[in-house]
Design a binder for this molecule. Structure first.
Ligand code: ADP
Ligand code: MG
Length: 353
């Protein structure tokens, strides 16, 4: 004998499960704000304003002029896996929106205090909504607002003691990561005015990022990084086949300026900011042949058919499975080799297979 009595298997209580899962979707300040910005872009906003209090520790708020939320959705808005964007699994193959899992608002409710102010064109007044940690609507009142939505999250992570402590300890780093991420959206979101400001305890508001809703990547780069940085870039335009196109900018051979590896390198797939470690590695490797002292700036958007990749890999959707990655990498290598091995200032290639 000696075997212990087998323990009883029990379900974890609902609110604990909710917190556990939410903590995987919302990892840190930047993933929290990112979800709100993506919702605004999905709602067709042409103006997105991000306001932080105390670098996001006290609160963060995203104000947009998008579609607004209809009253019939108020009750289900922040419930887990409730979305207006994806109805069935096959839709994942043709997804054009940033969101699709209906997890962001529900997770933010679990990890902070969430309120919403919203109005669609069909309403004459806006509504202010308060949700509890389970995503249930707890209060509702009328308020004044233009068409669009404002979502405010206060005290993020206050109910996850370890993460809350980490958050406060690393606030400068968290904030830096957020600004870099917002830069990515500011660069790629065409026709969207994006502003980010931070207000500190002494009520000093500083604007940390501002674009003007330009339609071109070039103009956005100039707004985000300045003209002198832009003038150090070469355009890249690579059309691999009819439905594969890579467009963007990379540092000129003599003018790298990222101080750290990966600093100011932004990759997008169909306008979605993603991590592309293999592309980053390739760009750095080829650049090293031309300039061994610096890292290049690289800003590239890969336009590819939505059926050729899967973004449903990690909760933050920054990683993706790319079916034709090697094919794309090889073509990109050839194009970059031409930029970095010749003295030509700019280069573009058209390769049709
Ligand atoms: P998802 O984006 O995956 O659908 P979210 O939890 O982020 O899930 O949002 C849930 C739903 O709330 C969205 O599908 C959308 O209908 C609505 N929503 C959220 N934010 C906004 C916004 N800023 N403007 C309009 N609708 C919004
Ligand atoms: Mg979303």
């Amino acid at each position: 004998g000696g075997a212990e009595k087998s323990p009883i298997i029990r379900p974890i209580n609902k609110s604990a499960v909710h917190k556990i899962c939410a903590g995987q979707v919302i990892l840190d300040l930047s993933s929290a704000v990112k979800e709100l910005v993506e919702n605004s872009l999905d709602a067709g906003a042409t103006s997105v304003e991000i306001s932080l209090k105390d670098y996001g520790q006290e609160s963060f708020q995203v104000i947009d002029n998008g579609s607004g939320i209809s009253p019939h959705n108020f009750k289900v808005l922040a419930l887990k896996h409730h979305t207006s964007k994806l109805l069935d699994f096959p839709d994942l193959q043709s997804l054009k929106t940033y969101g699709f899992r209906g997890e962001a608002l529900s997770s933010l409710c679990a990890l902070g205090d969430l309120t919403v102010e919203t109005r669609t064109v069909n309403e004459v007044v806006a509504t202010h909504l308060t949700y509890d940690h389970m995503g249930l609507l707890t209060a509702e009142r009328k308020t004044a607002r233009q068409v669009g939505t404002t979502i405010t999250v206060k005290k993020l992570f206050s109910n996850l003691p370890v993460r809350s402590k980490e958050f406060r300890r690393n606030i400068r780093k968290e904030y830096g990561k957020l600004i870099s991420l917002l830069n990515a959206y500011a660069l790629i979101a065409k026709g969207v005015r994006l502003v980010c400001s931070n207000t500190t305890g002494k009520n000093v508001r500083s604007v940390v990022l501002k674009t003007q809703g330009s339609e071109s990547l070039k103009e956005n780069i100039i707004m985000v990084f300045g003209m002198s940085t832009f003038s150090c870039l070469d355009p890249v335009r690579l059309s691999i086949s009819d439905d594969y196109l890579v467009e963007g900018f990379v540092s000129k051979p003599g003018n790298g300026s990222g101080r750290n590896i990966g600093d100011r390198q932004f990759f997008f797939v169909n306008g979605r900011p993603v991590d592309m470690p293999k592309v980053g590695k390739l760009v750095n490797e080829l650049y090293r042949g031309a300039n061994s002292r610096q890292y290049p700036i690289a800003i590239m958007n890969f336009s590819v058919p939505t059926r050729t990749y899967d973004v449903n890999v990690t909760p933050d959707k920054r990683k993706l499975f790319f079916f034709d990655e090697n094919y794309i990498l090889q073509s990109l290598r050839e194009a970059l080799e031409k930029i970095y091995s010749s003295s030509q200032a700019s280069y573009s290639v058209n390769k049709i297979d």
